[in-house]
Design a protein around this ligand. Structure first.
Ligand code: ADP
Length: 471
């Protein structure tokens, strides 16, 4: 029996701010029975009440860090065959949001130290500790440098879900949590601590979430200052495409939908009309609805959208944007929607239920990302029969193929260069296909709807790498 412990800062349904939460909610339960998977994450006060009731205290202990004795509670819950462990400390995790605080470096350094100090209290020794993104990077680093003797045979896998966020902090801010007396070169980054860099050097295996992103990471345009480290590491970065939990995103059974459907051709339009009514948009089955459900941050290509938003809104379409993020985009899209009440709706919120209604109602899903490690939203959109319009980068390139009306192959539309007019042209082309070639459009929707991104396939690939590490 292989024992794998996933370390993460979020896992659906307990906590989720984006794709990372989806991945850690789905991947651990996708392995065959002879792999025992556990997940450890912070005990946020935002965990929904009904799930809180399942979570039971296990142990608690105290840790000296930063000249302070810190309380650390360890809790546990079984969920869909996976054991979850939670690290509790109200000073760090009783907050309205998961991230975005001045002391995030301390919060997650504490979390990592607490994870490592919890290991001896658990009733198993992990064969693999699988860390995810910068919030857990210190586990990878410390396991190698300070806990090696306690866990000599444990292998470390580090997955880059997004290299933009690396956990870079001043030495004095987090070194007391990491018990560092000096700044080692593996962690050093322009005089500061870079937690992700430390994890990259410490890991026995580095993976990322799509083959294209794995290649892109070596390029300075995408590598965010760590491209050199990745180029110079002996080992390759392995790209393993994420999946989505198809039992959650199922248009046949999703309780969030106005009208569940097993054939987008028939019932999708009813969802669209219901959503138009809900949003106070003109109720028209024949107008294509284009949507974006996204963090409103630069990565997602929002400068392209804002550059040509008026041209987009000249087309016969309706645009729906659901997201939260940078104030500049929140305000911009809110104000444009205010000026086009018949064509555009902007909702500044994080709303899982509403997001599904939008996926189900949309004809197109726009995702013109500047970079996209994997991207789950385009996969989810396809599960609801919404055709993706994407830029060819990272996982978007690996999951969306341009629809060719002659061969009838392809599941979406894409453009290569990060350029607003290339995006506009692609949207025009998509909308024109919708209006002028209904048979081709119907086939395209079918292709998108029949595209599957099952986790089992990805889990098998992870497992083959775990097994190689254990040899
Ligand atoms: P990222 O992880 O970079 O945010 P992904 O496409 O990998 O992007 O995953 C985004 C996930 O978060 C999807 O499940 C998407 O539906 C969801 N999501 C993003 N913004 C919102 C929002 N405002 N409300 C509800 N769900 C959202």
């Amino acid at each position: 029996m292989l024992n794998v412990l996933f370390v993460t800062s979020e896992a659906y349904p307990f906590s989720k701010s984006g794709g990372l939460g989806d991945v850690l909610g789905a991947l651990p339960k996708s392995f065959p029975d002879d792999v025992k998977t556990q997940v450890i994450l912070p005990y946020y006060s935002t965990i929904p009440e009904e799930l809180r009731q399942k979570i039971k205290p296990l142990k608690h202990f105290q840790m000296w860090m930063s000249d302070t004795l810190h309380y650390c509670g360890l809790l546990t819950a079984e969920h869909e065959g996976v054991t979850f462990y939670f690290i509790d400390n109200e000073a760090f995790f009783k907050r309205p949001s998961l991230y975005g605080y001045y002391d995030d470096g301390e919060r997650f350094s504490f979390f990592c130290r607490a994870v490592l100090d919890s290991l001896p209290l658990l009733d198993f020794t992990p064969d693999i500790v699988h860390c995810n993104d910068w919030q857990t990077a210190a586990v990878a680093y410390l396991l190698k440098h300070q806990y090696r003797r306690a866990f000599p045979n444990t292998k470390v896998v580090f997955t880059i879900h997004n290299i933009r966020y690396q956990g870079v902090y001043g030495f004095h801010d987090i070194s007391p949590y990491l018990h560092l007396g000096f700044l080692p070169s593996d962690l050093e980054f322009y005089g500061k601590i870079n937690l992700m860099k430390g994890a990259l050097y410490a890991a026995d295996l580095i993976t990322t979430v799509s083959p294209t992103y794995a290649a892109e990471l070596k390029d300075p345009y995408y590598g965010e200052g760590l491209d050199g480290v990745i180029r110079h590491l002996d080992q390759q970065v392995v790209g393993i495409l994420n999946g989505i939990d198809e039992s959650i995103y199922d248009s046949k059974t999703d309780p969030a939908l106005f009208v569940p459907y097993d054939n987008p051709e028939k019932k999708k339009v009813e969802n669209k009309k219901a959503l138009q009514e809900y949003f106070d948009l003109p109720v028209r089955g024949d107008v294509p609805m284009v949507s974006m459900i996204t963090r409103l941050v630069e990565q997602k290509g929002l400068d392209l959208v804002s550059n040509v938003i008026h041209e987009i809104l000249q087309l016969d379409l309706q645009l729906v944007i659901l997201g939260t993020g940078d104030a500049i985009y929140e305000n911009l899209f809110r104000s444009i929607a205010y000026n086009y009440p018949d064509k555009m709706v902007t909702i500044i919120d994080f709303d899982d239920n509403l997001s599904r209604k939008i996926y189900a109602a949309s004809d197109f899903f726009l995702m013109p990302s500047k970079f996209e490690p994997c991207g789950l939203s385009q996969m989810i959109a396809m599960r609801y029969g919404a055709v993706p319009i994407v830029r060819e980068t990272g996982g978007l390139k690996d999951t969306v193929t341009y629809f060719n009306p002659k061969t009838k192959k392809g599941n979406g539309f894409s453009f290569a260069t990060y350029n607003a007019h290339d995006m506009l042209f692609t949207i025009q082309h998509a909308v024109s296909l919708y209006h002028n070639s209904p048979a081709a459009y119907k086939k395209l929707v079918k292709n998108a709807y029949n595209t599957h991104f099952d986790w089992k396939q990805s889990a098998d690939i992870y497992l083959s790498y775990y097994n190689k590490l254990m040899e």
